[in-house]
Write a protein that binds this ligand. Structure first.
Ligand code: ADP
Length: 265
């Protein structure tokens, strides 16, 4: 009997602790006006590129922005923003995000890995715990936008962040135009619906390539499939981004495209 009551006590303590942590997250999230997830059905479609450029564009327009990279197995935000050498600072129980500019703060698991080729091998509960820490312990301060770069698919990470944020504004879903990518992105949209997370829109990336030498357009991954799929799924279509060698170059060199090539159409 005594054993049972102590087990009950542990459960009760755990429940209280979880409630207290969720309340701490609520207090932090209360200071963030909009929270937007960037999702994709597949890897390699340009989700992190979109997340970074969205965050930088908002910061360039004067908004206070946080960029949270929860792509735990493949964090690429530090590379795209040339922050790979940055270490994060802890103050007491809290963590300071890396400041790119006064109004752009970044947090990524990449900052916690010792070597840039280190791999994280974690199961769901550990990932949930890490994401919880990113919301609870990071000093985001007052933000207009928190942009969350989530790993591809519909796994633990997007599920955890939606549950922890409780009421995010919605998701931008990035796809490429070919059917093999579109079939996965449909699953992302269904995932959002199941979680009652609004789909802010679908973005078709790598949509056609215009040869810089001869000007001829080639639809390497086809074009237009994202818009058709968005219409079929009754979600907004946000537009197309062509394949552009300058985007690869800017990602590889850690110079955000929208900052260095802001005259681009
Ligand atoms: P994901 O986050 O979906 O895995 P990334 O954003 O890391 O994808 O992009 C994968 C690769 O594709 C990167 O090398 C990036 O520079 C490149 N890329 C993304 N969008 C474009 C584009 N529109 N044109 C050319 N290259 C792109």
């Amino acid at each position: 009997m005594a054993k049972e009551s102590s087990a009950f006590q542990i459960d009760e303590n755990k429940r209280k602790q979880m409630q207290a942590e969720q309340e701490q997250i609520r207090q932090r999230v209360k200071r963030i006006r909009h929270q937007i997830l960037v999702l994709s059905g597949k890897g390699g479609v340009g989700k992190s590129t979109v997340a970074v450029n969205l965050a930088v564009s908002l910061a360039l327009s004067g908004k206070s922005v946080g960029l949270l990279d929860i792509d735990i197995h493949g964090p690429s935000i530090p590379k795209i923003l040339n922050l790979e050498e940055k270490a994060i600072q802890a103050i007491g129980d809290t963590i300071l995000p890396v400041e790119v500019t006064k109004n752009l703060k970044v947090m990524s698991i990449g900052f916690l890995l010792r070597g840039k080729d280190d791999a994280v091998i974690w199961r769901g509960p550990l990932k949930y715990h890490m994401i919880k820490q990113f919301l609870k312990d990071v000093q985001w301060g007052n933000l207009d936008f928190l942009i969350v770069d989530s790993p591809p698919g519909t796994g633990d990470e997007p599920l955890s962040i939606v549950q922890l944020l409780e009421n995010p504004d919605g998701a931008v879903v990035v796809t490429t135009p070919q059917e093999i990518a579109l079939s996965d992105v449909r699953k992302s949209i269904v995932f959002c619906r199941n979680l009652k997370l609004p789909v802010l829109g679908v973005l078709e990336n790598m949509s056609g390539f215009v040869c810089p030498k001869c000007g001829q357009r080639t639809d390497i991954f086809k074009s237009g499939g994202g818009e058709i799929m968005a219409n079929e799924m009754h979600v907004p279509f946000l537009g197309r981004i062509p394949m552009d060698p300058q985007i690869v170059q800017s990602c590889d060199s850690g110079k955000p495209f929208v900052y260095y090539y802001n005259q681009s159409q």
